[in-house]
Design a protein around this ligand. Structure first.
Ligand code: SF4
Ligand code: F3S
Length: 78
């Protein structure tokens, strides 16, 4: 799945939400999150984020921390 990573925090541009064909991008308190089981890996959201926060899960820079886990944890908590 794709994930939303660190640059989204406190930016929350929301351009990605309009692009997602399956509406799997959800709003959290400080960032948005992609539901890992609902994302169909279409990639449509990735180029529209102005801060390049969206990456395929294997392509998130390590220095940003484990955003694959943090995206999954967001949905485990709700
Ligand atoms: Fe939605 Fe496609 Fe982005 Fe997944 S890759 S979050 S399905 S727009
Ligand atoms: Fe965040 Fe970028 Fe979407 S800032 S809300 S991931 S367009």
């Amino acid at each position: 799945a794709y994930v939303i990573a660190l640059p989204c925090v406190d930016v929350k541009d929301r351009s990605c939400v309009d692009e997602c064909p399956v509406d799997c991008i959800y709003e959290g308190r400080r960032a948005l999150y992609i539901h890992p089981d609902e994302c169909v890996d279409c990639g449509a959201c990735e180029p529209v984020c102005p801060v390049e926060a969206i990456r395929f899960e294997d392509d998130v820079p390590a220095e940003w921390g484990d955003h694959t886990a943090s995206n999954a944890d967001f949905f485990a908590a709700v």
